[in-house]
Design a protein around this ligand. Structure first.
Ligand code: GDP
Ligand code: MG
Length: 440
């Protein structure tokens, strides 16, 4: 039996590096997934080129299919492209720190300004002043004031007849005189990019020298995301992006598009209409969303765990032969902590549902696991292989060595005996089924 097992593993190992045809097949799928997620075409192209380069010739992790391996590479590259860390709004400047919010009309600027102000107030304990520079729509400034009242953040008193530029300057003066930490400036937007809007944003930028210029953009804009992001970045200069309506049907492609073309970090996500609906940006989540969720994510996790799982399989093999030493138990305990439960190991054997439950019932907590590992490492090799030699004086020695009590040693020996018994039982009913499990 173990000979045949060995040859199965050999075959998997020998499969070696990813071939060009493996990669090309997979890239076709990835391309479709990205386009379906509304990632802009030029971004898809350059992304796939990068992945292809990384993937060809890459060693396939043992017992993962080449397809799964490629998916893992794609996932990792997505996370890297999106930014492998979530970036907070940067407030490292002399107060009051000006933050300029820009974007197309209806993108969610005003709502996001209030959301962010609320967060800076509550989470970062900052004193924030908000001002609406939107003099194009009569109700725009009222909208921000109402939101301000809702989130308990001050807004600059409204003066009729001012231009965006004078409001911005007045806001900064008020911020300075009244001791605000942050001044958030919410600008007007047009339905599409026009030079007037950009010129106004630039004038404000030059007047207040904002520490952050945040582009607020609708995640549902799909292919337009690139144009919007490029335009604002080239003509005004942005320092970060906040994507809104991520609560909708969007698969997050806009995140990749915008980040892809501007290289600017995504700083937060709007996930609803309410003022509390602002989330930190987690690249893994968007990557999963872009790749189509559950299936792919679990594949990726599987790939990542495979090396550990290989080890577990080897152990399962030994268990089936009925040899289960204290050394096995020690590495089993370590895996319990790493792999998320003995269930993970036993899960590879067929028909062990009941036993798994029994083990779960044994209810081993983390501290106890560490203690048990300590006890085993205080034993001699001979004691570990043959625990029957543990007499009273040996137990006292091990207890002293591991900082535990003799009764802890007794308990450990007892649970080892029970585990060994169980393993033997599993081994007897294993056989064929296990082979099938491993090959299927
Ligand atoms: P502005 O023109 O850029 O200032 O956009 P507004 O802040 O006025 O928002 C336009 C609309 O989008 C409003 O009805 C908001 O409630 C809505 N909105 C903004 N952010 C989000 C979001 O993250 N999710 C959802 N579902 N709606 C949002
Ligand atoms: Mg607005």
């Amino acid at each position: 039996l173990s000979e045949r097992l060995g040859s199965v593993f050999d075959r998997l190992k020998k499969r070696g590096a990813l071939s060009e045809s493996d990669v090309s097949t997979a890239m076709r799928e990835v391309r479709v997934a990205l386009l379906e997620a509304d990632v802009a075409l030029p971004v898809v192209k350059s992304f796939i080129d990068r992945v292809r380069e990384r993937a060809i010739g890459q060693e396939v992790i043992k017992s993962v299919t080449p397809g799964q391996m490629v998916v893992k590479i794609v996932h990792d590259e997505l996370v890297a492209t999106l930014g492998s860390d979530s970036q907070a709004v940067n407030l490292n400047a002399v107060a009051p720190v000006p933050i300029l919010m820009v974007g197309l009309q209806g993108g969610g600027k005003t709502t996001t300004t209030a959301k962010l102000a609320k967060r800076l107030t509550e989470r970062d304990r900052k004193k924030v002043l908000m001002a609406s520079l939107d003099v194009t729509r009569p109700a725009a400034r009222e909208q921000l004031r109402t939101l301000g009242e809702q989130v308990g953040v001050d807004t600059l008193p409204i003066v009729q007849g001012e231009t965006a530029l004078t409001i911005a300057k007045r806001a900064m003066t008020a911020g300075r005189l009244q001791g605000y930490d942050v001044v958030m400036l919410d600008t007007a937007g047009r339905t599409s990019i026009d030079e007037g809007l950009m010129a106004e944003a630039r004038a404000v930028r030059d007047a207040v020298n904002p520490h952050e210029v945040l582009l607020v953009a609708d995640a549902l804009t799909g292919q337009d995301a690139v144009t919007t992001a490029t335009n604002f970045d080239e003509r005004v200069g942005i320092t970060g992006i906040i994507l809104t309506r991520v609560d909708g049907d969007s698969r997050g492609g806009a995140a990749l598009s915008m980040r892809g073309v501007t290289g600017k970090p995504i700083k937060a996500l709007g996930v609803g209409e309410k003022v509390g609906d602002l989330e930190d940006f987690h690249p893994e989540r968007i990557a999963g969303r872009i790749l189509g969720m559950g299936d792919v994510v679990s594949l990726v996790e599987k790939a990542a765990q495979t090396i550990e799982a290989d080890e577990a399989e080897k152990m399962a093999e030994r268990m089936m032969k009925g040899t289960f030493t204290l050394d096995d138990m020690a590495s089993q305990l370590k895996q319990l902590r790493n792999l998320g439960g003995l269930g993970g190991v036993l899960g590879m054997l067929p028909g062990v549902g009941k036993l798994q439950k029994q083990l779960a019932g044994a209810n081993i907590d983390d501290g106890q696991l560490k203690r048990q590992e300590a006890i085993i490492s205080s034993m001699t090799k001979a004691e570990r292989v043959n625990p029957r030699v543990m007499n009273a004086s040996r137990k006292r020695r091990v207890a002293a060595g591991s900082g535990t009590e003799v009764q802890d040693i007794n308990r450990l020996l007892k649970s080892h005996m029970e585990m060994a018994k169980m393993m033997k039982k599993v081994g007897k009913m294993g056989g064929k089924g296990m082979m099938k499990g491993l090959m299927g």
